[in-house]
Design a protein around this ligand. Structure first.
Ligand code: 5AD
Ligand code: SF4
Length: 439
């Protein structure tokens, strides 16, 4: 048998890219590739890229530049760019960086085997189509190897919302939901391979409306079906849009035992003027009311969110409204970003905020978010949480897992294996994680 070829994949950006990288690695597995953790050993390097902010794309180009030496030493090395930068820039990537052999968009990576063969034959291989066929159907025979206790599962892709700052509707295309039976089959298969927690993924996951046995199924409907799978212990989903938080989904947070009390619900800004200019079609008030309803259904739910500061024409007063909203919600986790101009999106053309002012706002917002995050994490001390253990910690005899609220929890000196689900009393709150003892 010939030596397997080695594949090095580096993943940037969101969890959907993490899932896609897994699937791309599996697709190339059929071509005789096994994964390696070191680019020096690789016969193929694949960067799975993110285009959400300008810095993300620039990082890809500088990373590509670093492979020049490797390619000179090993002319057979093939270099590919996948993901959203591939989709957005297409051929331009090969023009700007001639060492790139292969460019494949997020909707066409089921064609990787043919593209790889083309690249091996010395041609440039490019595919950024939005094909009719379903890539997941083409890639349906997933390997049967044992897996860790947690997994991502993409159920919906693309977005029709066109927020004025965002490239997703252009790079990932229109909103599409996978049929429910295929998702359930994939989930069952993951559970048989050792998975105990599944995070359902979609750019707009709560807009899910996949074909079910009696017409379209909602995300809540899908969650209730997953809830029936023996051996699956936990269900999460991300990322949601406030406008798609349907009653059945809110109710499921109160009644579905396997659905975890954590919700990522980006609002982006607390100013109605800015929300309108962002084309968000909700107000700060409607978002706060929504959170009230979610907390009525599940009082202990931990909220998480995304924010953009320095969006075109954001004033200090608008920014204050964002701080007010954060004070009212108190997020357990929140991610905040300085507005980044994305050419081709509507906001790119508008009057920009002074970059220093935007930096200053970002720092102030992050300080407030960090304070809340800390307070919420510290308040876990003394409480009992349920932890799904995932892997050994850095110290000898230590295991680390996640609580239902997604806090990392360390336990030392207990007889634990990955996949164990235990009650843990929290004894200390550290910089980014909790520590506790198994009850
Ligand atoms: N600039 C800054 N942040 C952005 N996001 C999306 N587009 C931009 C942009 N142009 C942020 C939003 C989104 C998260 C994934 O990235 O907050 O929710
Ligand atoms: Fe981008 Fe808005 Fe769609 Fe989210 S909802 S992916 S921010 S356009």
């Amino acid at each position: 048998m010939s030596e397997p070829k080695k594949l090095y994949i580096k993943t940037y950006g969101c969890q959907m890219n993490v899932y896609d990288s897994e699937r791309m690695s599996e697709a190339l597995g059929g071509q005789g590739y096994v994964e390696t953790q070191s680019p020096e050993d690789a016969d193929m390097i694949l960067l799975n890229t993110c285009h959400i902010r300008e810095k993300a794309a620039e990082k890809v180009y500088s990373e590509l530049g670093r492979f020049k030496g490797l390619k000179a030493e090993k002319p057979d090395l093939k270099i590919g760019v996948a993901g959203c930068v591939a989709q957005a820039e297409g051929e331009e990537i090969m023009r700007r960086q001639p060492l790139v052999d292969l460019v494949v968009g997020p909707q066409s990576y089921h064609r990787l085997p043919e593209l790889e063969a083309k690249a091996r034959a010395g041609e440039k291989a490019l595919d950024t189509d939005f094909p009719e066929e379903d890539k997941f159907e083409k890639l349906k025979n997933r390997p049967k190897a044992k897996r860790g206790p947690t997994a991502f599962l993409t159920v919906q892709e693309g977005c029709d919302k066109f927020c004025a700052f965002c490239v997703v509707p252009y790079t990932r295309g229109a909103e599409v939901s996978r049929p429910a039976d295929r998702i359930l089959r994939e989930a069952q298969d993951l559970v048989e391979r050792g998975v105990r927690e599944i995070t359902l993924l979609g750019q707009n996951v709560n807009a899910y409306h996949g074909a079910g046995p009696d017409g379209d199924m909602t995300l809540a409907g899908l969650i209730w079906e997953l809830n029936k799978i023996d051996g699956l212990e936990r269900i999460r989903f991300t990322t949601s849009h406030p406008n798609d938080m349907t009653d059945d989904l809110i109710e499921a947070h109160g009644t579905c035992e396997k659905l975890m009390p954590y919700l990522h619900l980006p609002v982006q800004s607390g100013s109605d003027k800015i929300l309108k200019r962002m084309n968000r079609s909700h107000t700060a008030e409607s978002y706060l009311r929504l959170i009230e309803r979610i907390r009525e259904a599940r009082p202990d739910i931990l909220m998480s969110g995304d924010f953009i500061v320095g969006f075109p024409e954001e004033t200090e007063e608008d920014f204050q409204a964002t701080l007010d909203l954060v004070e009212q919600v108190r997020y357990g986790y929140a991610y905040s970003f300085k507005y980044s101009i994305r050419p081709g999106t509507p906001a790119a053309e508008r009057p920009q905020v002074d970059p220093q002012e935007a930096d200053d706002r970002l720092q102030r917002l992050q300080a407030l978010i960090t304070r809340h995050q800390r307070e919420i994490q510290d308040a876990m001390v003394g409480r009992t949480v349920r932890v799904l253990f995932e892997k050994p910690g850095r110290l000898a005899g230590q295991m680390v897992g996640k609580s239902e609220y997604l806090h990392a929890v360390h336990v030392s000196g207990a007889d634990l294996s990955a996949g164990d689900l235990r009650n843990v009393r929290i004894t200390a709150s550290g910089a980014n994680s909790l520590a506790g003892e198994v009850l």
